[in-house]
Design a protein around this ligand. Structure first.
Ligand SMILES: Nc1ncnc2c1ncn2[C@@H]1O[C@H](COP(=O)(O)OP(=O)(O)OP(=O)(O)O)[C@@H](O)[C@H]1O
Ligand SMILES: [Mg+2]
Length: 268
């Protein structure tokens, strides 16, 4: 569980989260809603460890750990994944090497916290016995390329993309598919989707929504930040948080979504 208690965060001397308390439980999916320029992306970036966001006070725990004590790398190794509102393009990092690195790191270095309470991290089918025994041998580029082919086919991503720089000149749709591919490689426990449904055409949206439905399981939590409600037709959402004035204005179940669809945010 991610538990946020009385959290206060500033950015450039502007109060951005003020006394925020909310929980994200595993096995549940969440919807975070409110107008443009509230604090949805800021909360996601803060949770991932973006240093621009200045912690003031409050607590954030991730399972048995103090999240704020963990580096961004440790947070992602503990399987926190952020699908960015604006997916960054990174030149000079080849997509194939990036994917191989995150795959190797997530399967060979056990995260700080076991991904499943009391359980063992799933062993990679690609690791040699020696590797699994503690030697942590990385999967070679050659084997990884063979392994990843089935995912590329599944997602309809051309194999030659592997030689391109990470997200550089990728279309919005292609960037989203690469994010889904990352999720399929590392199976994050807490997945934050910051407007993954924006900018997609109808068919692309449907494909992404179906892939997310496939990814959603009792072992993960999907936190959806959105301005649209169409995603509710595909994914089960257990709880809705409405974020306003730097804090949570309302929390509720699907009836709350119906109320917003009917009356808009103004009447909340
Ligand atoms: N790094 C930053 N530097 C300066 N201001 C920031 C920064 N991050 C967020 N803000 C400000 O904080 C406020 C909330 O921004 P945020 O991006 O979190 O909103 P949002 O709810 O995600 O909006 P949208 O729905 O448009 O994506 C805005 O006024 C924004 O300008
Ligand atoms: Mg945003």
């Amino acid at each position: 569980m991610i538990k946020i208690k009385n959290l206060k965060v500033k950015v450039l001397d502007k109060q951005i989260l003020n006394w925020v308390s909310l929980d994200f439980e595993v096995w549940k999916n969440y919807l975070l809603l409110w107008r443009n320029g509230s604090w949805k992306s800021s909360l996601s970036s803060f949770l991932m460890g973006n240093p621009v966001y200045e912690y003031e006070s409050g607590e954030v725990s991730l399972e048995w750990n103090d999240l704020l004590e963990l580096s961004p790398e440790e947070r992602s190794k503990s399987w926190l994944f952020l699908s960015f509102q604006n997916v960054p393009e990174i030149a000079w990092i080849k997509l194939s090497e990036y994917l191989r690195t995150i795959y190797n790191i997530s399967v060979t270095k056990p995260p700080l916290i076991p991904p499943f309470k009391g359980g063992e991290q799933e062993k990679s089918p690609l690791l040699s016995e020696e590797g699994q025994g503690g030697g942590f041998k990385w999967v070679s580029p050659f084997i990884f390329k063979r392994f990843i082919k089935k995912h590329l086919t599944e997602l309809n991503i051309p194999e030659k993309f592997l030689d391109r720089d990470l997200n550089v000149w990728f279309s919005w749709w292609e960037k989203r598919k690469i994010e889904i591919l990352q999720m399929k490689l590392i199976w994050p426990k807490y997945i934050i989707l910051d407007e993954i449904d924006s900018w997609l055409d109808l068919d692309a949206f449907k494909t992404i929504a179906n892939l997310l439905k496939e990814l959603s399981s009792e072992n993960n939590t999907i936190i959806i930040i959105t301005h649209h409600f169409k995603i509710l037709e595909y994914l089960n959402v257990d709880k809705i948080y409405v974020m306003k004035d730097w804090n949570i204005a309302r929390e509720g179940w699907l009836e709350l979504a119906d109320e917003i669809i009917k009356n808009g945010f103004e009447k909340l």
